[in-house]
Design a protein around this ligand. Structure first.
Ligand SMILES: Cc1cc2nc3c(=O)[nH]c(=O)nc-3n(C[C@H](O)[C@H](O)[C@H](O)COP(=O)(O)O)c2cc1C
Length: 261
């Protein structure tokens, strides 16, 4: 696959994967793609922890479930969420950013044809925390946890903070290089017909990150960067939106744009 096709066809895969394991050869190619990422002073601060056994997957699935249930009760999280949550495809396309609600949660039957009914609720995070306390987060949390559990491979990407390059901006440059490693992985996965989803919920809190460190014997100086679930998909590509270039590119000098663009 041509690199430009990989960039445009890469999608976050939120559905189930084919149940088969990832071939050793393909796993090797993903690792090779990661290996060639650039880093400041070529310090290569990364570590990849590949989790294929059910024990590790089950623990990560449990943490995912707990974290999502907590998010549904967290007013600040819900409030911030509502800024980026698009209820309909039309709204999603018009904005060119944010995420489509129905890609993230399976709505109860009475809302399936008309998710816009949720609009007044989304504007009021407090009412959503009320639903969260009534248990509204339990279903999506269980669904996502199950997907984490069933993924052929989970990949924990960590940054070894002891591999610090010189300079005041060291930590920032290390973070940048971690993003590059992850993008290399995502593009290689797309080319191999492997879908990837970020699973950020269990990494949100320090408490959960500490638990994960303990579970996998990761030393304290390893910062947990991301958790990915991976598996073969039937097809790459799929719906996505992006801002137009004119909404984020300028030449020579930055000028404030009219509000909303
Ligand atoms: C750092 C980071 C964290 C993300 N966390 C999640 C996540 O927890 N769950 C999820 O479904 N998608 C997650 N995403 C995927 C984004 O929602 C997705 O990249 C964005 O909506 C654009 O869609 P696309 O990846 O299909 O092009 C994350 C992406 C990034 C870069």
């Amino acid at each position: 696959m041509n690199i430009f096709d990989a960039m445009t066809q890469r999608r976050s895969h939120r559905g189930d994967f084919q149940p088969r394991a990832i071939d050793e050869a393909d796993l090797g190619k993903l690792i090779e793609a990661a290996r060639w990422a650039p880093s400041p002073f070529n310090v290569q601060p990364w570590e990849l922890l590949i989790i294929r056994e059910s024990e590790g997957k089950a623990r990560l699935a449990e943490l995912t479930e707990t974290a999502i249930v907590a998010q549904f009760k967290d007013a600040k999280f819900l409030d911030d969420n509502s800024r980026w949550m698009r209820l309909t495809e039309a709204e999603w396309k018009e904005h060119g950013d944010g995420v489509l609600l129905t890609e993230h949660v399976t709505l109860p039957k009475f809302l399936q044809g008309s998710p816009e009914k949720l609009k007044p609720l989304l504007k009021n995070a407090k009412s959503l925390t009320f639903l969260g306390h009534l248990g509204a987060g339990k279903m999506p949390a269980k669904e996502i946890a199950q997907q984490v559990h069933d993924a052929p491979v989970l990949l924990l990407v960590t940054m070894n903070c002891q591999k610090r390059p010189p300079g005041e901006g060291a930590h920032r440059w290390m973070w940048l290089s971690m993003g590059m490693l992850i993008q290399n992985l995502l593009l290689a996965a797309t080319a191999l017909g492997i879908g990837v989803q970020f699973v950020s919920a269990p990494l949100e809190s320090e408490e959960h990150r500490d638990k994960i460190r303990a579970l996998f014997s990761l030393p304290k100086h390893h910062e947990i960067m991301t958790l990915l679930r991976l598996g073969y998909v039937d097809e790459t590509g799929g719906d996505a939106v992006r801002l137009q270039a004119s909404e984020f590119v300028q030449y020579e000098k930055y000028e404030e744009r009219p509000r909303g663009t």
